[in-house]
Design a protein around this ligand. Structure first.
Ligand code: BG6
Length: 507
């Protein structure tokens, strides 16, 4: 297996990481994710010269398509969503390796055709028997698809080649279902050949958490309970659920993004320095953090869930969650969630980590704010520091990617007054290199067999261990609090922090 180190020696980094002979089969290829993210990412990788010349893409779905219809669909998705310019010669090359297999997941004939298609591509395109199967389908179909792959000999690679499974979230809906899914997947694919997607780990700014913490000397000495007051991790979206009612209702915001993205951000913020950036070493550190997470005793006081009501956003009137198409009008699904967690270890004991997420909030922003304690003593007249807040280091995950440090500075003038100022690092200003889109990076890593940016099943299970009691509590305690679209969530979330003498940032 090729292992890459995201923080490796710069000389080595100059070598482009190019996938060897390979192909990708996408199940659920007619879905939104495939059209908006996967197909464009594959084209962008090809356009950057990071795919092998014979790279092949096979779509599998029920739709009555021929190869040409599939290729046209990919073409349109690429034109609409790719990040790199369209180049006819790159497209033509890529299109040569495109095939479509029509069928149901339970359809034996279709899986036989898939096997023949792969064999044909090995001959025609030189894919060398190396194929990844991307399951961009609801989890209830995972067992059928992986068992069909096994039954039809698709999981037994020819000697010297590989077969991998790529699995989209949600990985289960609680600990028990996640364990069951793991069991089913691992019956068929060896552990090292299973890649669970958490696309936040593919984001440049998320990988930068490790660089910021472990490539510098000045942050780590204060990155602990002696200096940090609390940490706020926010993932706010201004969009509603769009056309995703079928997926979202009954799942809700906490299962959708806290169980995976936010807990991963928390783990990376809190881990000890790994011995290396080998996947096993990194996972071991993340697991230590996740298994040390303690839930607050009173979940009623330290968690809040909300549901958006109608309101105005960007000058437009938008419907409330219960009025969205396809939503049960009595649904109790959360579109907002805020929770307080603590990490029971020497570095973090007593430091709250507040995690919040929501749809239809004030604006789209994801950030990690490490908020420091106040200076133990302020040798100024009291009026001088009235407008002085707490120092903070904010990792701006998106948009406007970068890092901000907030600290106090003298206000110009004859009096000695101190006010908050910020010092900013912005990716766009400091680097000329462009960041690959998260899915580009992750698909390339799958083809390279590099597991560093993929959560392991123990992490997934630990995350459900954390979330399950909260979901259970919410299930048996009334309804989510309403908040008008375009605001920063329910009042209860502000009250939750106010009880701790703190307040949410308004990013
Ligand atoms: C997905 C969630 O994992 O992340 C979506 O299922 C959410 O509900 C999306 O909208 C947000 O991703 P990003 O990269 O736009 O922050």
């Amino acid at each position: 297996m090729t292992i890459s180190n995201p923080l490796r020696d710069p000389a080595d980094r100059r070598l482009p990481r190019i996938a060897g002979p390979s192909g990708l089969v996408i199940f659920g290829v007619t879905g939104d994710l495939s059209r908006k993210k996967l197909m464009p990412a594959i084209y962008d990788l090809a356009n950057r010269g990071l795919l092998p010349p014979g790279f092949s893409l096979v779509g599998f779905a029920r739709r009555e398509w021929e190869d040409e219809d599939f290729a046209r669909e990919v073409h349109d998705a690429v034109k609409e969503h790719a990040r790199t310019p369209f180049r006819e010669e790159v497209w033509q090359q890529l299109a040569k390796g495109m095939r479509f297999v029509q069928g149901d997941f339970g359809d034996d004939e279709a899986f036989d055709t898939l096997r023949k298609t792969i064999e044909e591509l090995d001959q025609a395109q030189g894919t060398g028997g190396n194929f990844a199967f991307y399951l961009s389908v609801p989890p209830k179909f995972f067992p059928t698809v992986v068992q069909q792959l096994k039954k039809h000999g698709l999981t037994d690679p020819p000697k010297g080649s590989w077969r991998r499974a790529v699995i989209e979230k949600p990985f289960g809906h609680d600990l028990e279902s996640a364990q069951e899914l793991n069991r089913i997947v691992h019956e068929v694919f060896p552990r090292d050949e299973v890649f669970r997607i958490d696309h936040y780990l593919g984001k440049e700014t998320v990988q930068n958490i490790l660089a910021l913490r472990f490539a510098n000397q000045m942050f780590e000495p204060i990155w602990n309970r002696s200096y940090v007051d609390h940490v706020q991790i926010t993932m706010a979206e201004d969009i509603g659920i769009g056309g995703r009612a079928g997926y979202y209702d009954g799942i809700g915001s906490a299962r959708d993004v806290i169980q995976n993205h936010l807990l991963q951000l928390m783990a990376l913020t809190a881990i000890e320095e790994p011995a290396s950036f080998h996947p096993k070493a990194l996972v071991a550190e993340k697991l230590k953090v996740l298994s040390a997470v303690k839930l607050p005793g009173d979940l009623g006081k330290h968690t809040v869930r909300g549901q958006y009501a109608g309101g105005w956003q960007g000058g437009e009137e938008v419907p409330g969650y219960l009025d969205e198409d396809g939503i049960d009008p009595s649904s109790k699904t959360d579109t907002y969630a805020a929770i307080k967690l603590e990490i029971n270890n020497r570095r973090w004991a007593g430091v709250p980590f507040y995690l919040r997420t929501g749809k239809r909030l004030g604006r789209r922003v994801t950030e990690i704010a490490v908020v420091f304690q106040r200076a133990p003593y302020l040798p100024f007249d009291s009026y001088a520091t009235e407008e002085l807040g707490q120092n903070a280091l904010v990792i701006r995950v998106q948009p406007d990617e970068g890092v901000t440090v907030r600290f106090g500075s003298k206000v110009p003038g004859t009096a000695l007054e101190v006010r908050d100022v910020t010092m900013d690092f912005a990716y766009g200003e400091s680097f000329t290199e462009s960041s690959p889109e998260a899915y580009e990076r992750l698909i390339l890593d799958v083809l390279l067999g590099d597991a560093n940016l993929f959560p392991r099943h123990q992490e997934v299970e630990q995350s459900w261990r954390i979330l399950d009691p909260i979901e259970k509590y919410w299930d048996s305690h009334g309804k989510p609090a309403q908040y008008p679209a375009g605001t920063w969530g329910p009042d209860e979330a502000d009250e939750m922090l106010a009880r701790d003498g703190r307040s949410w940032r308004r990013p």
